[in-house]
Structure formats: structure tokens, C-alpha cells
Write a protein that binds this ligand. Structure first.
Ligand code: BGC
Length: 635
């Protein structure tokens, strides 16, 4: 009996404590939300650009409430904003367009209007702290129809050309800034060791040295773009991503049930992590990068966003990173604990801004509660906000004279000419056994085939208007590879059939056949595949072309080396053209010899999957030589 009474009492006691706590919290929130705080004085130092950045940050921090600080740490997907006024009332730090999310009127002008409206709303907040607005401008301002689409990063890696990468990064930042956006999630500094990974093409190379060189240059390019104004401050922040060890995940270890290797476990030890994966980030920091995105991979059993040793000790303390860290898409909530526990672990590990990307209200409440309970220190919050504000001051977001480039730079002729040059510089000649290349002026009959010859979507790849890309011919202002060939071969007869079937094949052979084979666009883990290869339709198109032309050139459009052990012997002339983007004419420039072949493989090209992963020194897993080693490329 006594035991029963005690248990019942205990139960009621617990319920009462719970209810009282809830009432307490609700009252606290009511008070928080109903108190109207005064605006800062017009003489506030942070509003005065005569003061140095650190003084301005300290001043601004002194006006901020805890909730305002936590709001700055939230990065929200723009379609998750419940009321636009939440941007100012919650003092949100940043918005992003995730998965390419654009405005209803999906044009450069539509983007500018959308982003400007969001930004203006942030200026209605008590302290008028402007938002950052982020996009994945990973190969030009790819979300925007009509923007210049540069080759995907792996193509830039194949050029090995810093001056060119600098120009590409600057042009990209200009187009981004013209639409009112001030933050790009590029460059990618991953080092892909296993080309079955669906993100291979987002990287420059698997070589830490080349990646460091081009990554550093890209950061400088993006962050050096200024627009005539009194202050001439940069207009776009770069992001070094994905920190760290991304590309060294084990096949089959993905934490996402739909994927194989993307979001998997990095399997190298700390020494290799330091000698291979850290240097590109060090180079980016030395170049002044102001944000670093922490990857969706795990290290051991720990998701990278909870890796305090790597994020705080190594990145911030050892490498001296002064900007802010941002977690990747939903990463913080993919950990094993409750939303509350996960937010606590990530922030304590050193994540400064959380890409939520959806539920910002619970996030702000959870983090406030954690600070109230002492699970996150106020110093940690101040450190995170200080870093975010530093980036905002670096961009001069508080300066009234801040201006942005003219919208006409988006997809401008100048940028398209540059992109075409980049395409031409990225082509790698892998085989030229019968000297089919360059195509001579005497050639007067050309046949073209293959799934990627007349398909902008394939040559642009994913992250183009749609996250997963669009397979087909839809992109304003773009030129297909076929159009580029036709234009260059004026005077010659150019026939096209995707399958390589031509009515007069039996009687007439063309001088040259060009088969442009290609992968369908894919992004992230959706591109993980056991056997990256040519489609059977493309293999058949090559066969058909071999009976339709005297000399056959095969051009591969792909985000990675394809496994072509079965086909290679039957191909005399082979070119890797990566994912060239909107300016397909750059391919013809090289095929016809107007520009020499200068590209080199930015990573080894394996024969078969058993050779994967391939180490940084180029050694395959089974010890046999790859089909082509890294830096191979005929002149
Ligand atoms: C990707 C990041 C990207 C982010 C925002 C994530 O899924 O891993 O590279 O920057 O989405 O779009």
C-alpha cells in the first residue's frame, strides 16, 4: 500500500513539475516576444564605417539580445519562410535557395527582385542586420536561366590554369552579385578517390596540390569582385567546402539509404587527412575565405558537424580560420539525437551557422533553452555571431553606399566568350591513333551522333536551373556541341542522327564521324553508381558510326572518367570534354584545331571498378595501372 501511494505521488509530482516548467517557459517566451526593445542610437559605432571591423562587431554585439544572436546563426531555405516578416522579427542570419529554388518568374530579373525583397525585409529588423543570401554558383550562376554556365569544376581542374580560373570565379561572382546575392557555396575542395561517387565533377582534382592551387585562386577571384563605390568592398563571399575528408568515403558506407558513398564515412587516418585533405582548406583560408561548409560525411562514428576536434581545434585554432563555419543541408538533424541535442552538439563542436534549412522557430527556441541551461555557453554564441558578423562587415553590408553590378552582366557576351575559352582549355585528348584530329579544312562531309551531341542538359550537367539538371534542350542562350560543330564546319556537309543511322550510309562514308556520348545529369548521391559507363545506346551509336564514316572521333561528356575497358580497343580517337556548360562551341574550337589540346586528366582514369579507390599517389586498389594516369593528355 505504502509503495503504491508513493508511486502515485511520484507520478503526480513529475507531471506537476513538467507542467510548471512548461508554463514557466511559455511565460518567458511571452515576455521575450512582447517586450519591444529600443532601436540602437543613430550614433551607434557599428553603423559608422569609419571604425574598424572588430570595433563595429563588439559594438553591435553589445546591443544584441540572446535571441537576436541565435537568429543570426540560422540559415533558412527560402521556401520554408513562413511569413516574410519572420526574417526581421527573428533576426535571421541568412537565407538560401536550396535545390535551385528560384522565383516564380525564373529569370535574372526575377531573382534580383526576390532576393532584394528578402534583403529589404532584414533591414526592418531592430538592429538592421542584413541577411546573407546563398546559392550554389558552382559552375557559374547555374540556378538562373540565361546565366553563363561554365564547365563544371572538374573541367577547370583539367585546364590546370590559374589565370583562367581566376577569371571564371570573378565572372561567376559578378553574375551572382548582379541578382542581389552575396554568398556562393563554392569552391568545392573535395578530393574524389572513387569515381563511382556522384559528386566527382564538383571537385577540381584528386590531387591536393592542384586543388589547393586552383581553390585558392577561385576564392581570390570571387572575393576580389568589387563594384564602384566609395568603399570598394567585395560583393560576394566564397565558401570552401566540404570540410573535411570528403571524397575519401568508403563505398557502401553512406548514411543515406538512397546513396552508396555520398554522405558516407571517411576512412583515412588523421595523418592522411592532414597531409591530403587539409592543405586545400589551408590554402583557401590563406586566400581569405570567409566561410567554410562542413561536410555531410562522418569521421569514425561522428558526423562531421559534431567533430569538435576537426572543426574547432584544427580549423579554427590551428589553421586560424577567422570566418564562420556553416553546416551542410540538414546535417545537424541527421545525427542520432533529438533536435535539441543535435543543435547543442553541433554548436559546441564549432558550427557557427546552421543550415537548418526548414524549422527555424524550434531551432531558436532550442538553442535559447540550451544557453539558459548552460549546455551552450554564451561565449560560444558570441564567438559564432562574431564570426558571422565579421563576414557581413567584410562585405560592407551595413554601408549605405553599397551597390551591385548591372543585371546585364548575367550571361553577357564577354562571359560567354570566357566560358568558351574555358571549355576549349579543358578538353583532354586521350587517344589519336589514326590522326583524326585536328579535323582538317579539306574535310567536307561530317556525321555527328551520340546522346550528348544535341543536348544542352547533358553538356551542362546538374546544378543547372534544377538541382538534378534538365535532360534536354532547354537553356536560354546556350549553344549545343552540334551547333558549334555546324557553325565551325561551314562549307562542309554536316549530318546528325543521335543513333548514328544515316540513310545513305551504305553508299557514302563521311570523312569524319563525331560521336558525343554522355551521362545523364545527376547531383549528389543520386549519381552514385556501381558502374559509371557509356549507355548501350551510345555504344551502339559508336558502332553505327564506325560503318558510316572513315574516321571516328568519340567525345565523352561526363562528370567523371567512365569505365570503358570493353570499348577502348575499338576507339581510335578519344576526347574527354567533362561537363562543358552552356558554351558547346568550345568543343569545336579544339576539334578543328583553332585551339590546341592543352587539358590534362585531373584524376586517374581507371579501367574497372576493382581499381577503386585510387590513392593520392595514383596507386589503384588492386595495384594494376589505371587506363590513363593523372595528368595524362596528348598534345
Ligand atoms: C550540398 C552542398 C550545397 C547545399 C546547399 C547540400 O545538399 O551538399 O554542397 O551547398 O546542399 O544547396
Amino acid at each position: 500500500m505504502t509503495t503504491l501511494v508513493t508511486a502515485t505521488h511520484l507520478f503526480f509530482l513529475c507531471v506537476s513539475v513538467f507542467l510548471l516548467t512548461m508554463i514557466g517557459f511559455s511565460f518567458y517566451w511571452y515576455l521575450q516576444e512582447s517586450v519591444v526593445l529600443p532601436a540602437p542610437p543613430l550614433s551607434a559605432l557599428y553603423l559608422n564605417s569609419d571604425f574598424d571591423i572588430e570595433t563595429r562587431i563588439n559594438d553591435l554585439l553589445s546591443y544584441m539580445t540572446l535571441e537576436e544572436k541565435i537568429g543570426q546563426m540560422a540559415l533558412v531555405e527560402k521556401n520554408s519562410i513562413i511569413e516574410v516578416s519572420d526574417i526581421s522579427s527573428y533576426n535571421l542570419g541568412a537565407l538560401l535557395s536550396g535545390m535551385g529554388a528560384g522565383p516564380e518568374q525564373n529569370s535574372a530579373a526575377g531573382w534580383k527582385t526576390m532576393v532584394t525583397n528578402f534583403t529589404q525585409e532584414s533591414n526592418n529588423s531592430r538592429l538592421k542586420i542584413p541577411i546573407l543570401y546563398g546559392v550554389d554558383a558552382i559552375h557559374g550562376h547555374g540556378n538562373v536561366p540565361g546565366a553563363t554556365i561554365f564547365p563544371h569544376t572538374i573541367g577547370l581542374g583539367a585546364t590546370g590554369n590559374e589565370a583562367l580560373v581566376l577569371e571564371v570565379a570573378r565572372a561567376t561572382a559578378l553574375e551572382v552579385a548582379a541578382t542581389g546575392i552575396n554568398w556562393t557555396y563554392s569552391p568545392t575542395l573535395d578530393l574524389p578517390r572513387d569515381i563511382r561517387w556522384g559528386r566527382t565533377y564538383e571537385a577540381f582534382s584528386d590531387d591536393p596540390e592542384l586543388t589547393s592551387r586552383l581553390g585558392r585562386t577561385y576564392v581570390k577571384g570571387v572575393q576580389s569582385v568589387t563594384v564602384e563605390s566609395i568603399t570598394s568592398l567585395p560583393v560576394v563571399l566564397a565558401t570552401a567546402k566540404h570540410y573535411v575528408g570528403v571524397g575519401a568515403m568508403k563505398w557502401g558506407s553512406s548514411s543515406n539509404k538512397n546513396f552508396k558513398i555520398d554522405q558516407g564515412t571517411t576512412i583515412i587516418d588523421e595523418q592522411l587527412l592532414r597531409t591530403e585533405y587539409l592543405p586545400p582548406f589551408k590554402a583557401a583560408i590563406d586566400a581569405g575565405v570567409m566561410s567554410v561548409m562542413v561536410g555531410l560525411n562522418s569521421y569514425g562514428d561522428t558526423k562531421m558537424s559534431a567533430e569538435s576536434y576537426l572543426v574547432t581545434t584544427v580549423l579554427k585554432e590551428e589553421l586560424g580560420f577567422q570566418g564562420f563555419t556553416v553546416s551542410d543541408w540538414y546535417a545537424v538533424y541527421e545525427m542520432a539525437g533529438s533536435d535539441y541535442d543535435n543543435a547543442v552538439s553541433a554548436i559546441n563542436a564549432g558550427i557557427d551557422m546552421v543550415m537548418l534549412p526548414f524549422d527555424y522557430k524550434p531551432f531558436i527556441k532550442n538553442v535559447s533553452r540550451a544557453v539558459a541551461c548552460g549546455e551552450i555557453s554564451e561565449e560560444r554564441i558570441d564567438d559564432a555571431v562574431r564570426r558571422i558578423l565579421r563576414a557581413k562587415f567584410f562585405l560592407g553590408l551595413f554601408n549605405e553606399d553599397k551597390s551591385i553590378p548591372e543585371l546585364s552582366v548575367v550571361g553577357s557576351t564577354e562571359h560567354r566568350v570566357l566560358a568558351r575559352r574555358a571549355v576549349a582549355a579543358s578538353l583532354v585528348l586521350l587517344k589519336n591513333e589514326v590522326r583524326a584530329l585536328p579535323i582538317l579544312p579539306s574535310v567536307n562531309h561530317i556525321r555527328v551522333a551520340g546522346s550528348a551531341a544535341d543536348n544542352i542538359g547533358r553538356q551542362a550537367g546538374a546544378w543547372t536551373v534544377e538541382w538534378q539538371g534538365i535532360d534536354g534542350n532547354w537553356l536560354p542562350g546556350a549553344t549545343t556541341i552540334l551547333a558549334g560543330i555546324k557553325n565551325r564546319a561551314k562549307g562542309a556537309v554536316v549530318e546528325y542522327n543521335m543513333s548514328g543511322i544515316f540513310s545513305s550510309t551504305t553508299t557514302v562514308l563521311a570523312d569524319i564521324g563525331i560521336v558525343v556520348v554522355g551521362e545523364k545529369p545527376y547531383a549528389e548521391g543520386w549519381g552514385d553508381t556501381e558502374f559509371p559507363s557509356m549507355s548501350s545506346e551510345d555504344v551502339l551509336a559508336i558502332k553505327n558510326m564506325q560503318s558510316a564514316a572513315n574516321l571516328v572521333i568519340v567525345v565523352i561528356i561526363s562528370g567523371r572518367p567512365l569505365l570503358i575497358a570493353d570499348e577502348i580497343a575499338g576507339i581510335d580517337t578519344l576526347v574527354a570534354a567533362w561537363l562543358p556548360g552552356s558554351e558547346g562551341a568550345g568543343v569545336a574550337d579544339v576539334l578543328f584545331g583553332d585551339v590546341p589540346f592543352r587539358g590534362q586528366l585531373p584524376l586517374p582514369w581507371p579501367y574497372y571498378a576493382e581499381q577503386l579507390p585510387i590513392s593520392a599517389s595514383g596507386t589503384t586498389s588492386d595495384g594494376t595501372p589505371p587506363l590513363f594516369p593523372r595528368y595524362f593528355g596528348l598534345q
